[in-house]
Design a protein around this ligand. Structure first.
Ligand SMILES: Nc1ncnc2c1ncn2[C@@H]1O[C@H](COP(=O)(O)OP(=O)(O)O)[C@@H](O)[C@H]1O
Ligand SMILES: [Mg+2]
Length: 331
């Protein structure tokens, strides 16, 4: 048994039929676990339901079926033990960057003195490399990259047990994105929080993650595989690409996005029917592209007796262009 800190079990999202139309099942029986202090990224094509899953974990949306347990307690609404960062910053526009953070810190610890709130907030402003006057400006007076740093500082400052990041760097230029990615790793290494992050950028996912969850296309999307990123830490952008393990992992994921995510579309219910454990839950098989053989699947549930699609093979893809793979640029 792997004692998952967070357990998403059998999540399904259905939308009722619009007049004269068919009901829409965006994803079905999505099951996965997050270990304490793990950094997990989710990758899948647009529309497969990634943001919906993140919002369910945040308590901002409800699944049609299934539950999410955190520390064995069901998530039923938003809470300060979970911090969320969206792509569009979502800062309060009428107060300064620093006040955006002190506001959140005060709601988290209402008993704290003014000085303690301020010192704590400043610590996080400095951790994300903002200071020297920038913290006194309102969001509209900051660049996109600075605003996103404030959002990240605010999310970390409330010291949530779980940090939920929905494409947090999607709107940033490559240079700024790279700098903030490295800051994010540094803060995460210092705080040991559990992070669940959505990205469309394969290189970003490999740089940051311990594991990458791969989603098939919708409708009836599901998490098909969980790819271990067994590359040494600390990692940085310029060195990681020279590690011999980098391209096998990258090629494995790109192959999933280009080929397997489509091939598996709509097979969710069928595959899972033959791959279901005694509790009816299907945890995705855990794959290590470096050893080219899957490590044991998540053991939280017994192995299904029937041979489900757990064993993934690594295709000997090359990366002819050596270009970063970004779902927005090419599938
Ligand atoms: N209110 C709604 N009614 C019907 N379909 C919806 C509604 N809200 C979202 N969807 C559909 O849910 C799917 C998943 O959306 P989302 O979670 O944002 O995907 P992703 O983040 O992977 O791009 C999309 O195909 C979207 O069209
Ligand atoms: Mg989304």
């Amino acid at each position: 048994m792997i004692p998952y800190f967070l357990n998403a079990q059998g999540l399904t999202k259905r939308y009722p039929a619009p007049r004269g139309g068919e009901p829409l099942t965006v994803f079905e029986n999505v099951t996965f676990g997050l270990r304490k202090s793990e950094f997990v990224c989710v990758i899948g094509h647009s529309g497969c339901g990634k943001s919906t899953i993140l919002n369910i974990l945040a308590g901002l949306d409800k699944a049609s079926d299934g539950v999410v347990l955190m520390d064995d307690r069901e998530i039923s609404g938003p809470g300060l033990e979970r911090g969320v960062v969206f792509q569009n910053y979502s800062l309060l526009p009428w107060i300064s960057a620093l006040k955006n953070i002190t506001f959140a810190v005060r709601s988290r610890w209402p008993d704290w003195s003014r000085d303690k709130v301020l010192a704590h907030s400043r610590k996080y402003i400095e951790l994300v490399g903002l200071g020297g006057g920038a913290e006194a400006r309102r969001p509209a007076q900051l660049s996109g990259g600075m605003r996103q740093r404030v959002s990240i500082a605010r999310a970390f400052a409330i010291e949530p047990k779980l940090l939920l990041l929905d494409e947090p760097f999607g709107a940033l230029d490559a240079l700024t994105r790279g700098m903030i990615q490295e800051e994010l790793i540094r803060i995460w290494e210092q705080t040991s929080q559990t992070v669940f992050m959505i990205t469309h950028d394969v290189d970003e996912a490999i740089l940051l993650s311990d594991r990458i969850l791969l989603m098939t296309n919708g409708p009836y999307a599901r998490i098909a595989e969980s790819v271990s990123v067994n590359l040494p830490r600390p990692r940085n952008r310029s060195e990681i690409i020279h590690h011999p393990g980098y391209y096998p992992i990258r090629n494995y994921i790109v192959d999933f996005l280009v080929r397997r995510s489509k091939e598996l579309t709509g097979q969710g219910a069928a595959v899972q029917a033959g791959n279901r454990s005694s509790t009816g839950l299907h945890y995705p098989g855990e794959v290590d592209p470096l050893t080219a053989s899957p490590s044991p699947p998540d053991q939280a549930e017994p192995e299904p007796e029937t041979g489900g699609r757990k064993v993934a093979t690594v295709s000997p893809l090359r990366n002819p262009s050596n270009q970063p793979h970004d779902l927005r640029r090419s599938p």
